[in-house]
Every structure is written in C-alpha cells, then in structure tokens.
Design a protein around this ligand. Sequence first.
Ligand code: SF4
Length: 685
Amino acid sequence: MSQTATHCPYCALQCGQWVDHDGQVDAREFPTNRGGLCQKGWTAGALLRHPQRLTEPLLRIHRRAELAPATWDTALSHVSNRLRALRAAHGPDAVAVFGAGGLTNEKAYLLGKLARVALGTSQIDYNGRFCMSSAAAAGNRAFGVDRGLPFPVTDLADAEVVVLAGANPAETMPPLMGHLETARLVVVDPRRTATAERALAAGGLHLQPVPGTDLVLALGMLHAAVVAGYLDADYLADRTTGFDDAWRVAAQWWPERAERVCGVAAADMRTAVDWLGKAGRRYVLTGRGGEQSAHGVDTVTAWINLALALGLPGRPRSGFGTITGQGNGQGGREHGQKADQLPGYRSIDDPAARAHVAKVWGVDPAALPGAGRSAAELLAALGRPDGPRALLVFGSNVLVSAPDAAAVAQRLAALDLLVVADVVPGETAMAADVVLPVAQWAEEEGTMTNLEGRVLRRRRALRPPPGVRTDLEVIAGLAERLGCSGFPAEPRAVFDELRAASAGGPADYAGISYERLDAGEALHWPCPAPDHPGTLRLFAERFAHSDGRARFVPVDHVDVAELPDAAFPLRATTGRVLMHYQSGAQTRRVRELAEVVPESFVEVHRDTAARAGLADGQWARVVSRRGAALARVRCVDTVRPDTVFLPFHFGAEQAANLVTNPALDPVSRMPEFKVCAVRLEPVSP
Ligand code: SF4
C-alpha cells in the first residue's frame, strides 16, 4: 500500500512518519528521530477514524440549549452574524481569537490575518504563551532572536556534557535521548524523572532543586564557574556585553548560599561546573521546568548567563538552546497569532513592520490594531464589561490547559458566543455554542517548523471524513462571510503569502517554498531568498543584536508567587508523562495510551504521604487557594518531600490546573504553572 511521508502530529521533535491510506503509521528515518517514534507517535493514527471524531458542525441555539447538528452554512452564518452584531454593539475588540502552537504555519498566519484584518481586533493570543514565551523572551533579550535550538539536534550526538535544566525528554520526546547517549547529563528537576534516572545510570548528575528556585541554582553555578577559572575571557571581550553587571549579582550567590535556597548541594554544583568547564563539546538546554514561572524569563536568562560565561553560544559543537514543546511551537510564535507580533516574528509596535505586513495584506497600516492581551489576561477578561464578548478557539483546550481552570470556566460561561474548531469533543468544545469539525494532521497539507527552526512539510495521506473541513477552509469561509476577500484556503497559496509577509523579518521564510521542501532540502530559517541554503546554525559569526554581541542581563532570585504556609505546606508542580500530550484531548482517547495512564495521579514522597494519612493507590484531593484536583496517590521516594507532582493531561475534577497559580511573568506573561502552595486531603472511597 502506498505511504505518504509526513511528521508526527504531537511534539516539536516532529519525528518522521509514513502514513498509509488507512491511517496506519510507520516510523520514517528523519534526522531528529533516526527511525524511532514514541508511543504517542506510533498510535497517532487511532484518532483519524475514532468513534468520537467530530464530523458535523454542532450548534447551541441559545446558551441553555443542547448542542445539536447543523449544516456548515447554518453554523458559519450563525457565527458571522453574531460576530457582526457584537462588533457593531461593542467595537472590534469585543471579538477575541485563541490559537495554538500545534497549528501549521499556514493556519497560524491566516488566523492572525483573520483577527487583524477581517475582525479588526487586537484580542488574539495562543496557547504557546503557556509554553515557550519565557524562553522566547529570554532568547530575544540575550541573542537578539529566538530560535529554540540555534543548531541541529544531531549536533548533540557527540556532546561530552549536556545540562538539561527543567527538561524531561525521556518522557516528553524519547527519540531525543538517542542523541544524548554519549553525553554526561546533568539533569535539573525536583523529581527523579526517567531522564534523571538515565543520567544517574550513566554516571551523570541529578540536581533536585526546590520548585521555583532554579534561578538560584544557575547563579550558584555561575559563581562556581568564575571561581574555578572557567570564565572565557576572550569570548566575553569579543562577543558579549554586560558581564560585569551580571556578575555583581552572581557574586553574592556562592554555592553554599545558593544551596540554602535551592536545596542542591554546593559540591554537586561544583561538580557540574567542573564537567562543563573541562569538556570540549558542551551544551546547556532548558525546558518548561524553569520557564513556566512568574520569573521564567529571568530563570532562562540565568542559564544563558552561565552558558555565555563559559563561551558556549555560537561556538562549534557547543551551545545554548531551549527545547520547544508543541509540534509547531517554533513556527506558531513566528507568524502573527501572538498578541504582540506580526508575521516574520515582527513586532506589532514597529512602524516599519506594520507597513510591510499591511502592504502584503493590502490594507492601511493605521487600520492594523496594536498589541492585545496575553493569553491568561485575555481569558481573564472574557465576558467582563471591558473584555471580549465572543471567543474563537482553534486547536486549543483552554478549559484544561490554562491556569486556574475554575476561573476560566466561569469566564467562558460569561461569553455571548464561544466557537471552537476541534477534531474531537474536548472539554472546551463541549462548552461551546458552535463546534466546527476540522481535519487532522494526516488529512491536510501544510508546513511545521520544528524545535531546530527547520521547516517541514506536513502532507495529506488520506481524505478527512465527509462533513469535515480544514481549519484554513473555516477561516477563509468566516472571512468571506465577514465581507473580506484575500483569504485563500489552499495551503500553498497561504504559505506563499506568508513568505512575502515574513520577508526581511527575523524569521524570514521568503526563500522557502513547497517545491524546495518537496525536493528534500533541509531548510532552517532565516532563508531570505530562493537560492539561499537556509541557516543550519545561528550565531557562528555574530549574534542578532545590532552590535553583533550577546547580552548578559543581571538577574536575581525572587520568591515564588505563593510560598507554602501552615494551611498549604507543600509545593505542587505539574508536567507531562510519556503516554499523554498537552490537555490529553487526543491521547486520552487512544486506547493503548489511556490503558497505561487512565487517570490523574499525584506523586508524593512516601514520608509526606504518611504524614498526610495517605496510602499508595488512594484518591486524594490536592487543594490550593483556587480549588482542588482529584488524583490517585503514588507514593515514591523520587520526589522531594516538600513537593508533589501532578500531570496536566486530565480534565474535569482531575484537572491539575484547578490548583495552579495564574500569577504572570512581568515580561513574557507566562503563568506560574510549575509551583503553587497546596495541601493533600484523603478522599473517602
Ligand atoms: Fe516523536 Fe514527539 Fe511524536 Fe513522540 S510525540 S513520536 S517524540 S514527535
């Protein structure tokens, strides 16, 4: 049977897959996965013909009515009529749009254009705000550009030492571990994760900080590096600015002082720094552990400062990077679905950027709205007197994935109109007034940009079920009903327009075409011209700031937004498990995955569990100031006694985000997903 070459629908490693006409998946040799797939990738085809697949629009005629089947014409006309009425009554910002880091580049681009041109609203943001925004802001601040990995994944294969700060790839993207087999790993995580186990088994280190104190650990390691003489003075002089200011802060964080705050032994900090300092090929990589924090930008900056002090970024076979999570987490933040950005990773506040994009769109630059609210702030404003009255959601399940989930449910309920485009009846779709059934990854054409900034072709292997439309067709259909022309639904046409809109921007796709990708070229942005080879490695000669230098930025410790106290004595942290992806709307419906992890759990140190009167396997309530999540107790000795861990893949009363803290990073507006104060309560059987 003929097979189509495409990529996994889930994470940013974008493993190569073959998919046949029946949706059967096979592994495909590709540099990031080298022929491997994780369980999620192997079973991705199960959703294509899933019995719960949405195959017809659903419409709730008024807020208390049941969802009922409707024709596409009825559903889209209902949506466009309601949007027109709300805009006429309350102005363009009465309508908001929420996108996703899993959408193709073409969808992200057209969604941004729908918001800014057809709806004229500033109120657009996306779930990547909850994922990569802190890493992106820190990368822009230090290097002048944000590409998660400025080098290919394959460079890691001969690394001697790799620091994985708040990343757990053994569960989140297992094939990546194949590139780390020769490296000595230093894993930073409050839990002894599968990645930490692998590090320890191979003679590496596991540094187990108190949740929310990774920044102090990085400061302590920078102090140790300077004292041990590992500072690369020539690199600092030739390629950076600002070390003295950063050092003035780090000088106060000698390892023993850092140990008192973060709980990692000073001796371990010095060992890790010795390994990094003496190795020839070394990397520092960050993940969501430190990033999903109300001081996530500064935490990533602290790791960048350490990497710069050692002279790693831009050096052959060494470097700094962040491991992007969502499938198109990189491309999703480049093409205009973020509140403050226009296509090409341009700033919406930059007059030249506005003029360029407005010209491509054929509109007056003055007609383009300015920056809108960030994702969490947008959700918090829904249905309020000065907030949006309607929300269009594409590719996101905010009722599960946003912080303080009970408050989000209240805000959604206060809307006049909630429209959700989805493939299965996820929690947010089932709360909607209009549900639009859309195509899945193996049923559509497009491009994705993986964690290395490489643009990939997503290809159609089979047709969507009758009654299902692509997101691009939905967006184009809505624009047409709103009286706007110039919204193509054909992916190649959208991509060609995206190329023009991105030309000259930091993420320049102008030279990338379907033809070049289909011919097998490996193209990493920036790629400004059809004869440009793309940019496999950034920063070899210069960084992207106008003076070509990277910036040290002084950062210091601040307490987490919510410290434990007598009523809430534990720190809860959240994360992913091998069998599930993001809100779990897809993976909870795949039998092979759901059988292994069917329900939420809370990982508790066995001493802590005993003090709370909890036994292994018992249900518990994890209670914070905002709410409580139900979870089955797993007693372990691999998590800190002051910390409990919840996976965030479950909905309803098991949603981890019922307890998380919506406090925001002042720069990235990232919520504090990774730490809040909780207590545990037994639940009677
Ligand atoms: Fe690869 Fe990620 Fe898909 Fe797993 S989920 S197969 S690691 S792309």
